[in-house]
Structure formats: C-alpha cells, structure tokens
Design a protein around this ligand. Structure first.
Ligand code: COI
Length: 360
C-alpha cells in the first residue's frame, strides 16, 4: 500500500549557508532538518493523515498516555550519501520489522513495514540537502517514533496514537568513537528481566538506563555493561549497543537474543563474520568468563555495535573491586576491519553482496 506521505508546501527551510555550516560538523543529535513525517492512528479510524510537513513542536494534552505511562517506541537508522551523490538506506526492512515487534510489546498499533519505509524515504527526499557527504563518518540519522497521545488517565492502551519521523545530521556518536570506550559493570542496576521489555526499543528502557549511565561516568567510564539479573550474571548489552567478543581461536561471540535488543548492526556483524575468517556464535558469556578470558588473553578483543555507534572498540571494563583492560587497551584488528567493512558497504565503497542497501 502506498499511503503517500504528502509534502505540504508550508516549509521554512534553514538558509543553505547555515545548513552547510551544521553539516560540516554535526556532532550527534544536536541539529534537526527542516521537515518531519507524521501520521495518526485512532481506534475507530486506523492510520490516517500521512504527511511530511515543516518540523514543528507537537502539541500534547497534559493527560496524554505517553506522559504518564511511557507508552512509546522508537527506531534509529541512517541515510548515507555515496560519491555519485545518490542516497541509500541500510537494511530499513529490519528497523521496520523491529518497530512492529516493539509496537506489539508496548500495545501500540502496528504500522506496516511498507508504511514505515515509505515514511522514512519521504522524509529523506524532502530533506535530501541535509544528507552530508560521508567524509568524517557522516550520515543523516533518522528517528521514527510512536506514542500514545490519547488524553486518558486509566491504564490501558491508548485509543489515539501519534507516529513521527525526524532526522538529524550525524557524525560519530562518541567523541572517542574510533579510539574506543570503557564500560562500568553496574552492581546496582539491571536493564531487563525475563518477560520485560528488554527486546523492545522503547523509551522506558533508556529512561531507566540514565541513573546507571551517571554511575558509570562517576566511576570514570563511558558506558554501562549490563548483566542478566540471575546468579550467573551473563553479559547482556551496553545500553545503547550490543556486545561482541573475539577469541584467540577465532570465534566471534555475542549474547543470544531474548532480553536484549535485536540490533541491525549486530545482525550484520554476525553475517559478515565468515568473510573475516571468524566463527560467529550467539551464546551466554558470564562476567566471570569475560574477566578470566581477558586476563588470560583467550579473549583478544571486545567491541560494541549499534546504528549510532557503528562498531566501537571497548578498551576495558571495571567494577567496584576490579579493573580489566582488553587487548592491551587499544582497538583490535578484527574490530577495526569489521567497522571498516560495514562503513564501506554503507558508503558504497565495498560490494553490497547481500542487497542491504536501498536507494531513496
Ligand atoms: C541507535 O543506535 O540508533 C540508538 O537508538 C541508540 C541511541 C542513540 C539511543
């Protein structure tokens, strides 16, 4: 179905000179493009009012469900400009599918995968001039989201829901992105439990991560390493990223799905592993195994993956009574090669043998 996210002619684009200044050094998440896509769902009428309009504040009733019960989900994907000027999305079908799964978990209505991709493409077309050239790892980060906008204080799924897509030119998520980050192993906070919302990309997961993130920074670390809430204390993920470890005998291991986010970059790394001479494995790794493996040299590299973070080396981790560096505290060769491979596919500089790119 083609709903036609229509571009309404009421836009006030930023002057080109100001836009170019932003695109030269966008940072991450600080600037927004001229437009947004949106649609509304009601229980009686289903999805309607598909639009691309000028980016503007959303007016909400103070009783809106999202403000009280956090009925909200979101996605993150990027548009990349190739050397010939063409613009491409990376595996948007996977984001669309995950958005459907997140919606089901948060009792929000399903937006079809076709409409999801159509809305993203419509926004990228409207804001085509905001897709930066790729030098410096730049792209246009796209943020689809959906929330309960019905004004009603009873706890039940909202009967009115708002969908939107906004866009923000982006460079590296971490200022130390290429050189690597350190992780804080939190004793005080868990990210998810069985039956919870760990696999959904919902705002609540990120809200509950903030206190742990503050704790990590107070302890001199960049991000949190979350563990399972059982006695074994298995590695889960790192709040904004999935985790991988590389072993001396050529395995590429990542925690299995269940209570973690089903990352698009995670899936891509697993698929590319064989091309790098690695054996991919999805299995549980306990904190004790991680500590022993890094100390003995059996685990040679640790890295994190995510749309915003791409592939980020993890140089070490620490808890209350220990500190462990990984791979000598410098980014490993496997990590660097996988990062370059993914970026080269995204920027059209390595063959896209799996048809992961979709031209806008
Ligand atoms: C992403 O990697 O796209 C994310 O959503 C993580 C973060 C920026 C919240």
């Amino acid at each position: 179905m083609n709903a036609g996210f229509q571009l309404l002619p009421t836009t006030h684009p930023l002057p080109a000179a100001e836009r170019e200044e932003i695109l030269a050094a966008p940072g991450f998440g600080r600037f927004f493009t001229d437009h947004m896509a949106s649609a509304t769902w009601t229980k009686e009428g289903g999805w309607h009012d598909f639009r691309v309009t000028a980016l503007e504040p959303i007016s909400l009733h103070p009783g809106s469900a999202v403000l009280h019960y956090a009925q909200e989900i979101f996605e993150g994907l990027k548009a990349f400009r190739h050397d010939d000027g063409s613009i491409w999305l990376f595996r948007p079908d996977l984001n669309a599918r995950r958005f459907v799964n997140s919606a089901r978990r948060l009792a929000l209505p399903v937006l079809s995968e076709e409409l999801f991709v159509e809305s993203v493409e419509a926004l990228v077309r409207a804001d085509e001039a905001w897709v930066p050239p790729h030098e410096g790892g730049r792209s246009l980060y796209l943020r689809p989201f959906m929330f309960g906008s019905e004004a009603f204080l009873g706890v039940r799924p909202a009967a009115q829901v708002t969908y939107g897509v906004i866009a923000s030119p982006a460079a590296s998520y971490f200022s130390s992105g290429l050189s690597g980050v350190t992780l804080w192993v939190s004793e005080n906070y868990a990210r998810a439990g069985k039956g919870g919302t760990g696999a959904a990309k919902c705002g609540g997961n990120y809200a509950s991560s903030l206190a742990a993130q503050v704790e990590a920074q107070e302890n001199g670390c960049d991000q949190v390493l979350y563990l399972s809430d059982d006695e074994e204390r298995y590695l889960e993920e790192s709040g904004t990223m999935n985790l991988f470890l590389v072993t001396a005998d050529g395995e590429l291991v990542t925690p299995g799905l269940g209570t973690i986010l089903d990352g698009v970059t995670r899936d891509s790394v697993l698929e590319l592993a064989a091309e790098h001479g690695l054996k991919p494995a999805q299995r549980q790794v306990s904190l004790a195994q991680l500590r022993e493996g890094c100390a003995s040299g059996e685990i040679t590299e640790l890295f994190a993956s995510g749309t915003a973070a791409v592939i980020t080396p993890i140089l070490g981790f620490k808890g209350r009574e220990y500190e462990q560096s990984v791979g000598g505290g410098i980014p490993g060769e496997v990590t660097t090669n996988l990062r370059n491979h993914i970026l080269n596919i995204q920027y059209g500089q390595a063959p896209d043998t799996r048809n992961w790119l979709r031209r806008v």
